[in-house]
Design a protein. Structure first.
Lengths: 414, 236, 260
């Protein structure tokens, strides 16, 4: 179904440009000196070529199907006066423009490019700099946002906007974008059937990717690094998260991935590396975690209550300060056949599975939850001793929380 | 040569030296005598700076020794018990001491021959007998040419021949005009060698003078009885 | 002093114990690397060894050397050598030979394993540096104990007690006080408490490399500054140096007044 719809869009675009369209050119010495002028004069399905140069323009409103293509990196400078391009028509393509100096306002969310209630849009190869919001999709469906580079200079959360924002959208593909230094790299709210792939969202003030009330979405092959708080997926269902990398999200309220009220989702083949918390889970049920690598995180997984029927299988837990932390004594989740680098058991029958179960929750993680300053005693002999005694007879940690089949060698995921 | 004034030393609650005043002139052999625990070794170690006195002044050639260390170049010391680091070979030990006192000439070759130590040069010190160790000790002491020689129980463990050689050695050094300080329990040895006696009793100088003066003072015909007399009268 | 250092050092280099120590580390390195084949895991195990075993060996060896070399010391005291040079020379001789056994013993297997081509080189060098520091610190403390106690048995007893206190008991008390006063801001306190124990200090120094992700999870501003910047590394190293200098200074002072 999905493929068919993509195919029809492409066909439509091809048809629109080749059969009906005329070409218009914008440059210093052309008939049209400004984009706004060209857009006004153009007939539906025309193509506007914007030549090299800097154009001081804002509030360009597109209300008919058009294709705007930048040649040799033309720059549109909004001089911080407001929104630059607003699209309110189906079948609009914008390609190869550089847009700088979007206006900042505390009352209106100015964007470099905004799409309102439109379909079949294509925004690609755009370079957005010095912006408030980058690309803002509003109640728009069946479009694509491809290979854009969005570089903000956000300092404060209250005075910065998001890189790519989707609000009440359906069936949009966000692929190959690079987003840096904005508030949230990619933000989704009430948007379903979105495919987010091959993006790099790093160094953002708050979240690399932020989901709210959005279902049936997929994100794969993305990199999220050095974000203020990592990636947050909240109040959503049926999300597929695959092959993503979550790296170096450091800080007290920071994590690779935050799951809050997420049900029936799948998290697989991801890498969580050097995050303060790899995954922070709260109120999430029926989520499967398979073939993920958790490497050098402070806490690989922090479970904060009300999580039921989750399955952790075939993951590698490598050199995390803490593998799992729980804040309650009750466990309804299953840990099975994972590799734990902290496992010290043996395998006498040589079947590759440890003969004694592994307890991923340590007493010390419980202590640190209670008194965070005690973290400074990590890896001291005294702590090892009390952890050992807790391992022998669990008092403070859930006694049924164990991996009965810990693997002896890390898993190679295919 | 050595001037000592009001020397006091206490080890814990044990007052070992209770105000020693002593002057030792340059040249000659002086024997420091006294019963066990009278403070002989403490006195000697104070001169060497191994024991730090509680109060009092020690001067060597008119210079205070407190806190100094270079003056030990002028002293050859033979410790009472020949304790050496066991890992070293005899040769290495001799070379090490020479190295530590670099700048002064050492006459070790002659002494090694005198005490017939050649076969032991490549042996480790821990494998030597007590007597051989004492010979090594003597070599280390006499190989330097210093104006003051301090010998703490030099005869311990020596065979008669070595004993004789030691006496010759001491007399040769004396002939060179050196000052030699000896403690010993062997009264015949002291009587034979010493020009002057310093007798310590309970941390004080009880007597200082020649053997003859001691005999006169105690009215005893011979040296050994004179010493015994001091001890019995003081006990009473 | 250099002469004494030289003689103590060569004396020790010839002793059986130095070889035992050296071979132990060599074996440990080989076992960890070639049987395990996992560098990160090896570094973590090594950290445990270094912060527990190195202080223990430093203390025992220091006390043992001091008592065993009494003869040597007495011999030297009669020579024209400065008193403090004798003890500092011996102390440095012991520390250097122990530190060398550690660094070379562990270094060889790691070089063969190809540490230089690995990103773990920094973690590893930091381990060796802290190990060397701990050797110097605990040998110095051992010398202080030995200088203060003529009685060998007592000296050994105090030395073991010191190690036990620094390695285990201190952390127990530390943990208890943190939990007892958990309602107060404790980050400053816990950093100071860490600085006051060289074992904890070294551990934290290594944690800065191994567990920085977890350490940065705590909100306290002092912690953030300490762990989040180079500040922590610099302060820790400075404190380690201080931890070497202070006992060395005490040795120096004790040496001046000690009787033999």
């Amino acid at each position: 179904m999905k493929h068919l719809s993509y195919f029809s869009i492409i066909l439509l675009l091809l048809l629109s440009t080749s059969s009906y369209g005329n070409d218009l050119e914008v440059c210093k010495s052309c008939t049209y000196k400004s984009i706004k002028e060209a857009v006004e004069k153009a007939a539906p399905f025309d193509t506007i070529y914007v030549k090299e140069g800097t154009y001081y323009e804002f509030n360009i409103e597109i209300t008919k199907p058009l294709t705007i293509i930048g040649e040799n990196n033309p720059i549109i400078d909004g001089k911080n006066k407001g929104e630059i391009i607003t699209i309110q028509a189906d079948n609009v393509t914008i390609d190869g423009l550089t847009i700088v100096n979007v206006g900042t306002s505390y009352t209106t969310d100015f964007a470099a490019v905004r799409v309102v209630k439109s379909e079949n849009f294509l925004l690609q190869n755009l370079k957005l700099q010095k912006l408030f919001f980058g690309i803002y999709l509003e109640k728009s469906n069946n479009g694509k946002v491809l290979n854009n580079t969005i570089t903000g200079d956000a300092v404060h959360e209250y005075s910065s906007g998001n890189g790519i924002q989707l609000w009440y959208c359906r069936n949009v593909e966000v692929r190959g974008n690079t987003i840096k230094k904005v508030r949230d790299g990619i933000y989704l709210e009430f948007s379903d059937e979105i495919l987010i792939s091959d993006n790099n969202s790093s160094g953002n003030l708050r979240y690399g990717l932020h989901f709210m009330f959005s279902n049936h979405d997929t994100y794969i092959n993305n990199v999220f690094a050095n974000n203020g708080a990592g990636v947050a997926v909240m109040f959503s269902k049926f999300i597929i998260m695959k092959n993503n990398t979550f790296k170096k999200n450091w800080g007290s309220a920071s994590f690779g991935l935050l799951l809050k009220e997420i049900n029936d989702s799948e998290i697989s083949h991801n890498t969580f590396e050097e995050n303060t918390v790899g995954i922070n889970v709260e109120g999430s049920n029926r989520v499967t975690y398979t073939h993920n690598d958790f490497k050098n995180n402070g806490w690989a997984i922090k479970v904060r209550g009300a999580c039921y029927f989750n399955v952790f299988e075939k993951n590698n837990f490598l050199y995390n300060s803490f593998d799992i932390s729980y804040n309650s004594r009750i466990n309804d989740n299953k840990f099975h056949g994972n590799y734990w680098s902290n496992y010290t058991g043996y395998d006498l029958d040589k079947d590759g599975i440890g003969d004694i179960p592994y307890r991923p929750v340590k007493l010390f993680s419980y202590i640190v939850n209670r008194t965070p300053e005690t973290i400074i005693l990590l890896r001291s002999l005294f702590i090892d001793i009390i952890d050992f005694s807790e391992k022998v007879s669990p008092v403070f940690t859930p006694d049924n929380l164990l991996d009965e089949n810990p693997l002896l060698k890390p898993i190679r995921h295919d | 040569m050595i001037e000592i004034e009001h020397l006091h030393k206490k080890f814990g609650s044990n007052q070992v030296l209770k105000g020693i005043d002593l002057e030792i002139e340059k040249g000659g052999i002086f024997a420091v005598l006294g019963p066990n625990g009278s403070g002989k070794t403490t006195l000697i170690k104070s001169i060497l700076g191994m024991v730090i006195p509680d109060s009092g002044i020690i001067k060597l050639d008119g210079k205070k020794v407190k806190g100094q260390w270079k003056y030990r170049n002028e002293i050859n010391y033979l410790p009472q018990i020949a304790n050496f680091p066991g890992n070293l070979k005899v040769k290495e030990l001799i070379n090490m001491i020479k190295d530590l006192r670099s700048g002064t000439n050492a006459e070790d070759q002659h002494l090694i021959e005198l005490f017939r130590l050649q076969p032991f040069l490549d042996k480790k010190l821990s494998n030597l007998s007590g007597g051989t160790k004492q010979k090594v000790n003597l070599v280390l002491t006499f190989m330097f040419d210093s104006p003051l020689i301090i010998l703490d129980e030099p005869t311990t463990g020596l065979d008669p021949i070595s004993h004789l050689r030691l006496k010759d050695l001491i007399l040769t050094e004396k002939a060179k005009g050196k000052t030699i300080l000896i403690t010993s329990h062997i009264m015949s040895f002291v009587e034979e060698m010493a020009d002057e006696i310093v007798f310590l009793l309970e941390g004080k100088i009880y007597f200082k003078g020649s053997i003859n003066e001691l005999k006169t003072k105690t009215q005893q015909p011979d040296f050994e009885h004179a010493i015994a007399n001091i001890l019995t009268t003081s006990d009473a | 002093m250099l002469k004494i250092l030289k003689y103590s050092f060569f004396d020790l280099m010839r002793s059986r114990w130095s070889y035992v120590y050296f071979l132990f580390y060599l074996l440990l390195g080989v076992v960890l690397l070639f049987l395990n084949n996992d560098l990160s895991k090896a570094v973590i195990t090594l950290m445990n060894v270094i912060i527990i075993l190195v202080p223990l060996i430093g203390t025992i060896f220091g006390v043992m050397y001091y008592y065993n070399s009494r003869e040597f010391t007495e011999l030297l005291l009669a020579q024209p050598v400065k008193r403090s040079s004798i003890f500092l020379g011996q102390y440095l001789g012991v520390s250097f030979s122990l530190a060398m056994s550690l660094v070379i013993g562990l270094g060889i297997p790691f070089i063969f394993y190809g540490i230089f081509n690995s990103s773990a080189i920094w973690d590893f060098s930091l381990l060796l540096i802290t190990g060397a520091f701990l050797t110097f610190i605990f040998t110095a403390l051992a010398f202080v104990i030995a200088l203060a106690n003529e009685n060998k048995i007592k000296g050994f007893g105090y030395a073991i007690l010191l190690w036990l206190f620094m390695a285990v008991i201190y952390d127990g008390l530390f943990l208890m006080s943190l939990m007892y006063f958990e309602n107060y801001p404790l980050d400053k306190f816990s950093l100071i408490a860490t600085m006051l124990n060289p074992v904890d200090l070294s551990r934290v120094l290594i944690l800065l490399k191994l567990d920085i992700s977890a350490l940065l999870g705590y909100t306290g501003a002092v912690f953030q500054k300490f762990f989040g910047t180079n500040f922590g590394l610099i302060i820790s190293l400075a404190m380690l140096i201080l931890w070497v200098l202070i006992p060395t200074g005490i040795i120096y002072r004790m040496a001046k007044t000690k009787d033999f």
